[in-house]
Design a protein around this ligand. Structure first.
Ligand SMILES: [Ca+2]
Ligand SMILES: [Ca+2]
Ligand SMILES: [Ca+2]
Ligand SMILES: [Ca+2]
Length: 146
């Protein structure tokens, strides 16, 4: 048995649900949920022009307040029919009614969901989970790794 498993608190279950989530791709865009900046919207390009970890396709929070609201709508209106990259939510190089529809769908919600929303406040060490996945696949022989 790998040492990190032997060192676990007795009776603490292995978090297979978490392990499964790490390997899941909810929207099927080829980017696993754990790295997807728009978990429920297919966006294989992961376009995120303001670099906040929320893909543009789910990020109409232009003032980074954590909520899509009238302040964001005001900024959006100022950029309407421009090529502003951040307000171009669907990435077709123009800020237009299609982007407005996306904004409306996000109105009064937080941007996302993105992997940054699912991440715990403290950085999570997933090494044991990766090792566990290897151990599950490879069987014995992991002794001494931890
Ligand atoms: Ca996605
Ligand atoms: Ca973003
Ligand atoms: Ca906002
Ligand atoms: Ca657009």
């Amino acid at each position: 048995m790998p040492q990190f498993l032997a060192d676990r608190e007795p009776g603490l279950p292995i978090d297979f649900a978490l392990l499964g989530r790490l390997m899941q791709d909810s929207d099927g865009d080829g980017v696993g949920d754990f790295h997807d900046n728009a978990i429920h919207v297919p966006n294989a390009d992961q376009r995120d022009t303001d670099g906040d970890g929320h893909g543009n396709i789910v990020d109409a929070d232009f003032d980074q307040s954590g909520l899509v609201d009238f302040f964001d709508l005001a900024q959006f209106e100022n950029r309407f029919f421009t090529q502003d990259p951040d307000a171009d939510l669907n990435g077709d190089a123009i800020v237009d009614f299609f982007d407005l529809a996306i904004l409306e769908g996000l109105f009064y919600q937080a941007p996302g969901a993105s992997y940054v929303d699912a991440a715990p406040a403290a950085p999570m060490d997933i090494t044991p989970l990766i090792l566990l996945g290897m151990a599950e696949g490879a069987g014995a022989g992991m002794e001494g790794l931890a």
